[in-house]
Design a protein. Structure first.
Lengths: 162, 102
């Protein structure tokens, strides 16, 4: 790749480095701000437009994980982890994190474009799926507590619908 | 371009359990996404890198063996990064006039 680019330009060139150096070190006249700036709400509105409910579910995934940790700890594993292992909550947090990191860093940039969100589209779906799963776990826990059921797992018509 | 790295974070799903090929695939895929695609997309790999270097995640390591385990993890990560870089950024020393396209 480096070979082909250098041959095409006639001199030694490393394209990814040029991309970074223009956009990060451009300064005032050059650099991304030249192409338009947007307020901080841009990506949230855009994701809401494109993803509707899924965007909300995806962004809610870390808070939902926190609540599951509080009220439904066994959801991620029936036996507690030992002191020589990682908590499954740590592991899942690391899996859910890229979405937040990406949106956070790009929202901090004043130049915003819709296509900058593309790299995390699959991850938004993953986060939303995790939220749905954990939320159903809450419903199960609440049901068991409310009906004082002797069973640990809910298996009736209602749970099959939900 | 953007999608290939992310869709290939399939390699992220299983935890790190002495799974060298998982780390290699994930690193190479992130590298393809960043170098062939968009350099800033490497940011998405940062939680993966943190997990590789600092978090137990699937391994059971008693405190006395921690030093060796961390060393092994860092070396594995470094090896995968080097391999990915070598695969994607190959320096060229071609200088012959016939090969100039201009």
């Amino acid at each position: 790749m480096f070979t082909i680019d250098s041959l095409a330009y006639g001199k030694l060139v490393l394209v990814p480095w040029n991309i970074v150096s223009y956009n990060v070190f451009g300064g005032e006249e050059r650099g991304p701000d030249l192409y338009g700036t947007e307020p901080w709400s841009y990506y949230f509105l855009n994701l809401a437009l494109n993803f509707n409910l899924v965007a909300l579910l995806a962004l809610a995934s870390l808070p939902v994980l926190l609540i599951t940790h509080t009220i439904d700890y066994k959801r991620l594993g029936l036996t507690r982890h030992g002191s020589d292992e990682s908590s499954p909550y740590t592991i899942l947090t690391l899996r859910l994190a890229p979405v937040y990191v990406w949106i956070g860093i790009l929202t901090a940039q004043s130049h915003k474009e819709e296509r900058f969100m593309y790299p995390i589209y699959p991850l938004l779906c993953f986060n939303a799926a995790v939220t749905v799963y954990l939320f159903r776990g809450w419903l199960e826990t609440i049901y068991i507590k409310a009906t004082a059921s002797p069973y640990k797992v809910v298996f009736d018509h209602l749970s099959q619908i939900l | 371009m953007y999608f290939n790295m992310l869709a290939m974070s399939f390699a992220l799903r299983p935890s790190t359990k002495r799974a060298d090929d998982r780390v290699l695939f994930a690193t190479v895929c992130f590298a393809i996404g960043a170098i062939v695609g968009w350099p800033f997309s490497i940011i998405v790999s940062s939680p993966f890198v943190l997990e590789e270097l600092f978090v137990l995640s699937g391994d059971k390591v008693s405190p006395s063996l921690m030093g060796k385990w961390i060393g092994a993890r860092w070396i594995r990560m470094l090896g995968c990064v080097t391999l990915a870089a070598f695969l994607l950024v190959r320096p060229s020393t071609i200088r012959s006039p016939e090969l100039t396209l201009v």
